[in-house]
Design a protein around this ligand. Structure first.
Ligand SMILES: [Zn+2]
Length: 411
């Protein structure tokens, strides 16, 4: 593994006037982009690169593997372990590029006009690079509190990798006082986002000739009945409008797919329906899921009256909590100060791992470089100026952590 000094700069020329610190982050970003850490693939090569880099600076990382041992999260601590510190959270996976028309190779960082193009530059290897570029300075600083680096996998599949990592972070003997999730918010401080539960319901009825519908159990009819029940709940939640500051300002129930039957003259034997709920902080999820279970149970009972062997399977696809942090509270004020912006903490419409950290009792906000509008699409990019802003935030954090009374403002 090459040393930090041998990091490759992005292809293309860096514009004049770029600070060495930003150039360093850009070089690391270039290396990170080259690892094709699409969520379906292993991220272990990237993990090896990061852990080697950290160990060259004397930082030992812990890996938390998934069940298949093909993916791992990284947890590393810089600074005194006998004090509560700050978590910097990111994910290492990226979304696929298939079917997208890229002007440059997506897994080769290409620098042009002050921008670095490549998959994951905004979401969110740019932040990872800025954090890694800060490591030598963090190691050299006389920190009064530690910085914990927490890098996950499978975030893009619905925050599947983070729960095991968050469990380990929550077990740190001096529980962190703050977590910053560096998802791309253009350095805007984010205090809240919705939670999400997605489910697949598979209905198995009984097929037969369509001339004798009473002899079968029509799975499509059951799926439609469930879909109508979901729509009724969706309309009710929409009318509540209980989430001011969110877009839309209510919890949403969305049916994303509904498939069933094979031919017009056959009674459909199976049907599959996928739906999601995006909950607001005020949503009583248990109550809504209970109502959905009741609807599904009624459908099953009706199917089994016609065909006792009928069954319905319900599978959780995605499940992560929302984030709700007091926008006027000490943690939000602290991160706003770090971010270098003066804007009021806001909400976002996309999900992050922040709700998992918050649920573990760690005050958490989202703030990072890049723009979610550029994520997941062709020609994703991040500006060198944006990398610089992220580095400036980390500089401020490092400087604050060298002051013994740094945490006073968090209390
Ligand atoms: Zn992301």
């Amino acid at each position: 593994m090459e040393g930090p000094s041998a990091l490759a700069p992005p292809i293309g020329s860096a514009p004049h006037g770029v600070s060495p610190r930003t150039l360093r982050a850009a070089e690391i970003l270039s290396r990170l982009v080259a690892f094709e850490t699409v969520s379906r693939s292993s991220n272990l090569d990237l993990v090896a690169f990061v852990t080697d880099y950290l160990s060259q600076h004397g930082v030992q990382a812990r890996l938390i593997h998934d069940a298949t041992k093909t993916k791992a999260s990284i947890l590393a601590t810089i600074g005194p372990r006998n004090m509560p510190g700050v978590v910097l959270s990111a994910h290492t996976d990226v979304v696929p590029c298939e079917g997208q028309n890229w002007a440059t190779p997506p897994f080769t960082a290409t620098s042009r006009g002050g921008r670095i193009f490549g998959r994951g530059t905004s979401d969110m290897k740019g932040f990872v690079a800025a954090v890694l570029a800060q490591v030598p300075d963090l190691c050299a600083a006389e920190l009064c509190a530690p910085v914990h680096l927490a890098f996950s996998y499978d975030e893009e599949l619905g925050c599947r990798g983070a729960p095991d990592l968050v469990k380990q972070v929550a077990k740190i003997s001096k529980k962190p006082l703050l977590c910053i999730v560096g998802e791309p918010t253009q350095m805007r401080v984010i205090r809240g986002h919705k939670g999400k539960i997605a489910r697949r319901i598979t209905i198995h009825g009984r097929g037969g000739h369509s001339a004798y519908p009473y002899r079968g159990a029509n799975a499509v009819n059951a799926a439609v009945q469930i879909a109508m029940g979901l729509r009724a709940i969706a309309r009710e939640l929409e009318a509540r409008r209980d989430a001011e500051g969110f877009d839309p300002p209510y919890a949403s129930v969305h049916i994303g797919s509904l498939h069933g039957g094979t031919a017009l003259n056959l009674i459909p034997e199976t049907a599959v329906l996928e739906f999601e709920i995006r909950s607001t902080p005020k949503t009583d999820l248990a109550e809504i899921l209970g109502r959905i279970d009741t609807i599904v149970a009624a459908c099953l009972a009706s199917l089994q009256t016609a065909a006792p062997e009928s069954r319905i399977e319900s599978e959780n696809l995605i499940d992560y909590p929302g984030l709700e942090c007091d926008g006027a509270g000490p943690a939000a004020r602290f991160v706003t100060r770090l971010s270098g912006t003066s804007a009021e903490p806001a909400t976002i419409s996309f999900g992050t791992e922040a709700g998992l950290y918050a649920a573990a009792g760690i005050p958490t906000l989202v703030c990072g470089p890049g723009d979610i509008a550029r994520a997941h699409i062709a020609d994703e990019w991040i500006g060198l100026d944006e990398l610089d802003e992220a580095s400036a935030m980390l500089d401020r954090l490092r400087d604050l952590l060298t002051q013994p009374d740094w945490a006073d403002c968090l209390n």
